[in-house]
Ligand binder design. Structure first.
Ligand code: F6P
Length: 545
């Protein structure tokens, strides 16, 4: 157990100072902070890389930020950032580099790993992807019967699904409309059945996306897709016109029957939830075209550079991470809400759930010691204004502190009368209402009945951050994702955990395959689980008797 006395060793003093500082400011209201300092919005905001990042509505003072920056310095953050960018094996438990930044590095800037420039390999693969994406997108890639492809279905799960689906939805405005894109991930047969319903197999292309090519959900869906296709096309040769694979495991891909020409590769130094910029983004590239995909990568790269080169005090992902730590470890907030006011970003909160929670949901530090402090918060959210009519009540007047990230764009993609002004007015209004609330005096001045005052009083002092960009262009999506990736990394550094492994999901996988065998075998003399699990299995046996 790492106790607070040992926590971060020499940074313990900063941690202690932060605890003392927290006691002083925990009740200070944002109303007071804004009144005392008319330049607060200017001072607590950063404008860089086309991002306006306003963190002034957070419950911090300049002293809080100074202490938080000190914490980052004492955790040797800059050294850790440089180590990741250099390709050091920062994923220690898997003995791997975490070089997702190489996936969006320009060809002219080499990054060496084990004596090889990985950036060259990245660009070779991008060229292969672009050729294929153009062929499919322009109707030149013909199916087995000579028909062009009209449906592209990505089969994957986790990072091999959430990234592509989110990015496809986010950039749908730029996508070709003569091809239907769909994403199958759940092992529930309904996902497959309903997705292929009414589709012509002769016009359907499956992209089997799996880093390991052993993930049971993906492989099961892939074989089901194979059977579905062959039932209709009745010739094994059809596979090569309707299946491609994206993976790091060429042996398994071959075993499935996909030839090397139809395989797109990436590498073990790309974590699943960091893989969107690799060939895992193939479906997105087909949808939006290679040029837009390259622009997406350029946006990621701009924020990578910002993260690597900007002093901590103006470094947006670093500030995001420090605020998260402030609420998580000092205010003891349990969750953060991600609230994009942009319909195209409807899957962004779900995408961030894997990125943040699979990365920082850890209870041991880098040395394997159990931590005694809170690590990754719960991440959830919904697009505005939908959420306003659902859960915002609890954020405004509930008893829990939920820091919110608002994401908005100044210019709309779809301009119809005054929709965009209404959308923007809502996001600005929510941040204002959360911060400043409404006092009993104000309600009385408005003539509200005394008996209703307690119910209509809004305490305010609910923190939020506004991330404002100009327009949802591909580069801006890349910037947004990179902000969160690097914020997650920074939090991991300060909590001294490895954000790049995910051992916690393994036990469930092992037990599921054991139980899958048992469910099929009602004659088993004895089940070795606990009494609850045994009875659940027996319930299933009864219905298949
Ligand atoms: O959920 C665990 C996990 O390993 C994720 O990290 C990963 O994104 C997902 O499974 C899918 O893995 P693969 O791409 O190897 O099929």
């Amino acid at each position: 157990m790492v106790d607070k006395e040992n926590y971060l060793n020499d940074s313990y003093t900063v941690w202690k100072l932060l605890e003392e500082h927290f006691q002083k400011i925990k009740k200070v209201h944002l109303r007071q902070l804004f009144t005392e300092n008319p330049r607060r919005a200017e001072q607590l905001s950063v404008e860089d890389s086309g991002i306006y990042f306003d963190y002034s509505k957070n419950r911090v003072t300049s002293e809080t930020m100074e202490l938080l920056f000190k914490l980052a310095k004492q955790a040797d953050l800059t050294h850790h950032i440089e180590a990741m960018f250099r390709g050091e094996r920062v994923n220690t438990t898997e003995d791997r580099a975490a070089l997702h930044i190489a996936l969006r590095t320009p060809e002219s800037s080499p990054i060496w790993l084990d004596g090889e420039d990985v950036v060259i390999k990245v660009h070779q693969e991008l060229v292969k992807m672009a050729r294929f994406a153009r062929q499919v997108g322009q109707g030149q890639w013909l199916g087995f019967t000579g028909k062009p492809i009209r449906n592209v279905i990505n089969i994957g799960i986790g990072g091999s699904d959430l990234g592509p689906e989110m990015a496809y939805e986010a950039l749908r405005y730029y996508s070709i409309r003569n091809i239907r894109f769909a994403f199958i991930s759940n092992v529930d047969a309904t996902d497959f059945k309903e997705t292929v319903e009414g589709l012509d197999p002769a016009e359907t292309m499956f992209i089997i996306s799996s880093k390991t090519f052993t993930t049971i959900e993906t492989i099961t869906n892939a074989y089901t897709a194979r059977t579905w296709l062959l039932q209709h096309l009745r010739d094994e040769d059809a596979i090569s016109r309707h299946f491609v694979a994206v993976s790091t495991n060429s042996a398994k891909v071959k075993e499935f029957g996909i030839t090397p020409e139809n395989m797109f590769v990436f590498w073990d130094w790309v974590g699943g939830r960091y893989s969107l910029c690799s060939a895992i983004g193939l479906s997105v590239m087909i949808a939006i075209g290679p040029e837009n995909f390259y622009n997406l990568l350029a946006g990621f790269h701009e924020v990578d550079e910002h993260f690597l080169k900007t002093p901590l005090e103006k470094n947006i992902p670093v500030i995001m991470a420090l605020l998260s730590i402030w609420y998580n470890n000092f205010f003891k907030a349990q969750s953060v809400a991600i609230l994009p006011y942009e319909q195209y970003l409807k899957l962004f909160p779900a995408y961030l759930q894997q990125l943040t929670m699979e990365s920082n949901g850890k209870d041991v530090d880098r040395e394997g010691n159990r931590v005694s402090y809170q690590t990754g918060p719960i991440c959830w959210g919904q697009v505005g204004t939908k959420g306003q009519h659902s859960f915002y009540q609890l954020i405004h007047q509930g008893t829990k502190l939920i820091p919110c990230d608002f994401i908005a764009f100044l210019e709309p993609l779809n301009k119809i009368v005054d929709h965009h002004e209404l959308l923007l007015s809502n996001v600005f209004a929510q941040a204002e209402a959360l911060a400043f609330g409404k006092t009993a005096e104000k309600l009385r001045a408005e003539g509200i009945q005394e008996k209703l005052i307690p119910f209509q009083t809004m305490e305010g002092n609910h923190p939020s951050t506004m991330i404002l960009l100009n327009k949802l262009i591909p580069a801006n999506l890349g910037k947004l994702i990179a902000l969160y990736e690097h914020s997650v990394f920074t939090q991991g550094v300060i909590w001294r955990i490895n954000p790049f492994d995910q051992w916690g999901v393994e036990l469930g996988k092992v037990l599921a395959s054991q139980i899958a065998r048992e469910l099929k075998n009602p004659d088993m003399p004895e089940l070795g689980h606990d009494s609850s699990t045994n009875r659940l299995i027996q319930k299933y046996w009864k219905i298949i008797e």
